[in-house]
Design a protein around this ligand. Structure first.
Ligand SMILES: [Zn+2]
Length: 313
């Protein structure tokens, strides 16, 4: 009996070392206090003392939470009949007033993926949309999706996993009509299984969530996959030209909008080939044991599992 009890944690470690290591890291993490407001330049303005609003064009806004230690960026995409709020931050402060100061349209909250710093206020407006994936749909009886700790990760900052109420399901590849403006939904697994990227094909705008942003890309999480990430990168690259811009959910630079361009994704595409081939030339370095970092270019790196734990399927 004792042997069985002892075997359970050992088995858990053997089955899912990523979850185990993340739980250990969460135990030691001290969540930083809110930072001081920064001077963000003439294209940005502060709404109250927390949200930083960047006007991308006359009906596209980035709503930054730059004082929060992860510096999340949420995007408000306006048509003539409806608006989409793509990601809703960690919920540290109420995002409703800033969104309402920018539009009177009915707003649909959507999320790039299910991590706690992207779904904090999912459902805070008229409707809420989710990518239509079988493994999510079958769990969402009556439109209620109870998030699991492993896909929400809120335990890292003592934020309990949420139950999301879903009003509409967006099929991968579908176009959402916002009135005079369409956005395309791309399923882009890699960072997580359910990750999506939104595209406005008429303006060359992509909203990359945690899949594409300048900085350290997390590919070591329990539901991360390098193989999926590579395929998703190729799929988005095929939709981009030199004018295209990806707006990411976090940033590398201390101020300004987090953007990537096509050459960045070409570098990322090449990085997957190098990592898979093991031709990394010592590029992989440990970040305090785990995860390992692979430098993609001076604006991008990947944080990955040990070589034996990587998923390419
Ligand atoms: Zn994430």
């Amino acid at each position: 009996m004792i042997a069985i009890v002892l075997a359970i944690p050992l088995l858990a470690f053997a089955l899912d070392h990523r979850t185990f290591l993340l739980r250990i890291a969460a135990l030691t993490l001290e969540v930083p206090e809110l930072g001081e407001p920064t001077e963000e330049g003439i294209e940005a303005f502060w709404f109250d003392d927390y949200f930083t609003v960047f006007r991308i064009d006359h009906d596209t806004y980035a709503i930054g939470e730059t004082r929060y230690h992860q510096a999340n960026f949420n995007y408000l995409v306006l048509g003539t009949s409806r608006a989409v709020l793509f990601d809703s931050g960690p919920g540290v402060r109420d995002i409703v007033p800033v969104v309402r100061s920018l539009t009177t349209l009915p707003v649909t909250t959507a999320c790039s993926h299910l991590h706690y710093d992207h779904v904090g206020q999912y459902g805070a407006f008229e409707s809420a949309a989710m990518v239509d994936l079988p493994f999510l749909r079958e769990r969402a009886a009556n439109g209620q999706l109870v998030l699991e700790d492993g896909e929400h990760l809120g335990y890292i900052e003592e934020m309990p996993a949420r139950t999301l109420v879903i009003d509409e399901w967006w099929a991968p590849g579908s176009e959402i009509d916002l009135g005079g403006r369409r956005i395309v939904v791309h399923h882009t697994p890699g960072h997580t299984t359910e990750s999506i990227v939104l595209e406005d094909p008429d303006r060359g705008q992509f909203f990359g969530g945690d899949t594409f942003y300048p900085g350290e890309l997390f590919v070591f999480l329990p539901n991360s996959s390098l193989g999926d990430y590579e395929r998703s990168t190729k799929a988005i690259l095929a939709r981009m030209d030199e004018e295209s811009t990806i707006y990411g959910a976090h940033r590398l630079d201390p101020v300004g909008l987090p953007v990537l361009k096509r050459p960045d994704l070409l570098d990322l595409e090449e990085a997957f080939v190098e990592v898979r081939a093991g031709e990394s030339d010592g590029n992989e370095e440990e970040t305090d044991f785990y995860p390992l970092r692979f430098e993609v270019n001076d604006r991008l790196s990947m944080l990955m599992d040990f070589a034996w734990g990587r998923r390419w399927e």
